[in-house]
Design a binder for this molecule. Structure first.
Ligand code: GLN
Length: 444
């Protein structure tokens, strides 16, 4: 691990981009599960210590082509599994706002890099909240794009049906500028292809809008008076008092500008955390099968048969949270249990999706606290995985529904940042960016 004040970087580099472009003169930090040509990419795991991919992820080529300089690879929970950046095999990252506290995760290094001024912009990945959670805990902006908006080519998969790469920045407009650069179709990732029924495969929503313009313009007075923000009561009730109060003050401030808030209900979210973890662990058990010491990772024991060799490589290379998830995911997919766990989780996923669709009929966007708690102190939360999983209550439903969301600072409580999450309809990024800009202007 390279040393910087808050331990945000695993590797420091200086990869210059094109001479000109929308990101000229900007520095970008890249989460360590996003492949960088010839630059170590470890996913925060001992398994990939020393691994240098032979190619750039699509998002990395795009930021380089846009003129940005890549300044480093950032620390993260091992393979994205966690919410505090403490499961990294290379030690934790500190929260620049309060170094005794966690920066959130799993993209904790990326959020902390922006908060500490180590990079202007950063890329993270969000499977169940990993961009929005650290954005909230570090007091910066983070976007989880609609599934299919941004290419995942070169992102080391954790749970591929849930995750998107997303931008982190100090302001909504800067995050939107980075989104403009990374969004769009990619022939190397078929999931970036827009619904072919609605147009040609290259008729991708990112082709026709400027996210930066949407963020910059925000809403004028009349438009604000037309805006309806739905507040899902299930995702507010469970939040800690200081979080709820700060969230409510931000909504009140929007109210003084004419924004109407309405109470909405998402009954299915009661099951979202369970469904998310069954699906994420099941996909992880399959995606992480390639780390066997032959295809990827340090070679295992040469004695014995291939099974023993794979087992010894995985025993030595993976940390305990990763092992727990592979075991549970394998169990959930195994014959006899598949219907009981995996299929039920898929049903719950469909239900969550329907609930969001309904709520978005009565409101333009939905608002919740991004995280139900303030950033915990380092060492406080790791012992109890269930507690840690419950911290994701407000973020995972959005991934289950494949929707876009943004976390924007809502103010502070006890001196610590609180994030406000806005969720919009599929490919409604321009709308949530405008609304987030409105939050930014009313919150001080
Ligand atoms: N905390 C969640 C998990 O551990 C989300 C992680 C992520 O989005 N990568 O699965």
């Amino acid at each position: 691990m390279s040393t910087d004040e808050f331990d945000v970087f695993l590797t420091r580099v200086e990869i210059d981009g094109a001479d000109d472009g929308p990101l000229a003169g900007k520095t970008v930090a890249v989460k360590d599960n996003i492949s960088t040509d010839g630059v170590e990419t470890t996913c925060g795991s001992a398994m990939l210590d020393g691994y240098e991919p032979p190619y750039d992820a699509t998002v990395v080529s795009r930021v380089r082509d846009a003129g940005a300089t890549v300044v480093g690879k950032t620390n993260m929970d091992e393979f994205g599994m966690g919410g505090t950046t403490e499961t990294s095999a290379f030690g934790p990252t500190k929260n620049p706002v309060d170094p005794e506290r966690v920066p959130g995760g799993s993209s904790g290094g990326s959020a902390a890099a922006v908060a500490a001024g180590e990079a202007d912009l950063a890329l993270g990945s969000d499977t169940g909240g990993s961009v929005r959670n650290p954005a909230a805990f570090c007091g910066v902006v983070g976007i989880k794009p609609t599934y299919g908006l941004v290419s995942r080519y070169g992102l080391v998969a954790y749970a591929n049906s849930l995750e998107q790469i997303g931008p982190l920045a100090s302001t909504v407009t800067e995050a939107a500028t980075l989104l403009d650069v990374i969004a769009g179709p990619d022939e190397r990732d078929a999931t970036t292809r827009y619904d072919a029924a609605e147009g040609e495969p290259d008729d991708h929503p990112a082709e026709t809008v400027s996210y930066a313009d949407a963020a910059r313009e925000g809403f004028d007075e009349d438009e604000l008076a037309e805006l309806t923000v739905g507040v899902p009561r299930e995702l507010v009730e469970g939040a800690a008092d200081p979080v709820r109060e700060t969230f409510q003050s931000a909504l009140d401030a929007l109210g003084t500008r004419g924004v109407e808030t309405v109470d909405v209900s998402l009954p299915s979210v009661e099951h979202a955390v369970q469904a998310y973890y069954v699906i994420a662990m099941s996909e992880a058990s399959s995606n992480l099968a390639r780390f066997d010491g032959v295809r990827y990772g340090e070679q295992g024991d040469r004695e014995g048969n291939w099974n023993e060799s794979f087992a010894s490589a995985r025993e030595a290379g993976f940390g305990s949270e990763v092992k727990r998830r592979i075991l549970l995911g394998t169990y959930a997919l195994s014959a006899g249990y598949h219907d009981e766990y995996y299929e039920k989780a898929q049903d719950a996923r469909a239900w969550v999706k329907r609930d969001f669709d309904e709520a978005l009929q009565t409101a333009d966007v939905l608002a919740t606290p991004t995280m139900p708690v303030l950033p915990p102190k380092r060492g406080e939360s790791l012992d109890d995985p269930l507690q840690l999983y419950l911290m994701d209550a407000n973020t995972v439903p959005v991934n289950l529904a494949n929707l876009p969301a943004i976390s924007v600072p809502a103010g502070r409580a006890d001196g610590l940042p609180v994030g406000l999450q806005l969720v919009g309809p599929a490919f409604g990024e321009p709308l949530i960016l405008r609304a987030a800009s409105a939050v930014e202007t009313v919150v001080d």
